[in-house]
Design a protein around this ligand. Structure first.
Ligand SMILES: Nc1nc2c(c(=O)[nH]1)N[C@H]1C(S)=C(S)[C@@H](COP(=O)(O)O)O[C@H]1N2
Ligand SMILES: [Mo]
Length: 262
């Protein structure tokens, strides 16, 4: 008998519901998640609306996927390039700042900055790779913001680097394309919408707290996006691609909400 066709008892159902609502929390994010919850649009409600049987795993999965896609679209619509994430004082920085990755600290990728080249692909006029000294020649800014991880922790840090919008303009990226995607020196990958890429607080971060970005926080560079959850902030970026084809992401492809607003 296939996994999702097993007979389901009453207890199984409440376990399933509990598990499903935890999944749902992960699949929705940002301002529209708060709207969803305020409207009482729960998984059960959605199941009624769509006529899906949520005690059937594959149908529950389908409901979650649909809610997640609606949530992406709503967040995209609600997102404003003039609405800024809160900024903090030097004294509020969390020390030490937490490390997180899908592996332990002993597996942090070792990138050699001397021969490092940032590769560019897709809808970009000038796809020549960039070295670290070239990136340091661009105008640098610094910013103290809160990093929020879906796993239930947040921390305030200071990142220094190049406003990503300036970089996209410098390389002649198609600013009307839908997505910017990132491949990292570990097996991590993620992607963002163009509106977020152009947001004034989105930073190609080369430094942390006044020093070179250390290996644990993403040497030689990470994208720091204070309007998005932690998993949308790629560390150890190796390739940047501008594209209209939906690129997904490491956690997003496992069910985390793609827009991932904070
Ligand atoms: N390359 C890479 N980037 C990544 C991750 C990862 O595993 N690999 N994890 C993401 C997650 S879930 C979080 S919370 C943050 C953690 O960043 P930090 O180590 O600077 O706190 O990195 C994000 N970017
Ligand atoms: Mo995270």
């Amino acid at each position: 008998m296939p996994e999702n066709k097993k007979k389901i008892t009453r207890n199984d159902k409440s376990d399933l519901l509990r598990e499903a609502s935890q999944l749902l929390e992960r699949r929705l994010s940002g301002e529209s998640r708060r709207h969803f919850l305020k409207m009482g649009l729960t998984l059960g409600g959605m199941a009624l609306l769509t006529g899906c049987d949520i005690s059937d795993n594959s149908q529950a999965e389908e409901v979650l996927n649909r809610m997640s896609r609606v949530n992406d679209r709503l967040q995209g619509l609600l997102f404003s390039q003039t609405q800024l994430a809160p900024v903090y004082q030097e004294s509020q920085i969390t020390r030490p700042f937490p490390f997180n990755a899908f592996y332990g600290e002993d597996e942090i990728p070792k990138v050699n900055g001397e021969d490092y080249q940032l590769e560019l692909a897709g809808l970009i006029q000038d796809k020549r790779p960039w070295t670290l000294p070239q990136l340091h020649h661009l105008q640098q800014v610094s910013q103290i913001t809160r990093h929020i991880c879906v796993e239930g922790w947040s921390a305030i840090g200071r990142w220094d680097g190049v406003p990503f919008k300036h970089f996209l303009q410098a390389i002649g990226a198609d600013l009307f394309a839908k997505y910017v995607s990132f491949k990292c020196a570990d097996d991590y990958y993620t992607s963002i919408d163009m509106a977020t890429a152009l947001h004034p607080q989105t930073l190609l971060a080369l430094g942390y707290d006044g020093n070179t970005l250390p290996p644990e926080y993403g040497y030689p560079m990470k994208l720091r996006i204070p309007t998005k959850l932690g998993y949308k902030n790629p560390k150890h970026i190796r390739v940047i691609e501008v594209t209209n084809r939906f690129p997904g992401g490491y956690w997003e492809d496992q069910g985390y909400n793609w827009f991932g607003g904070s």
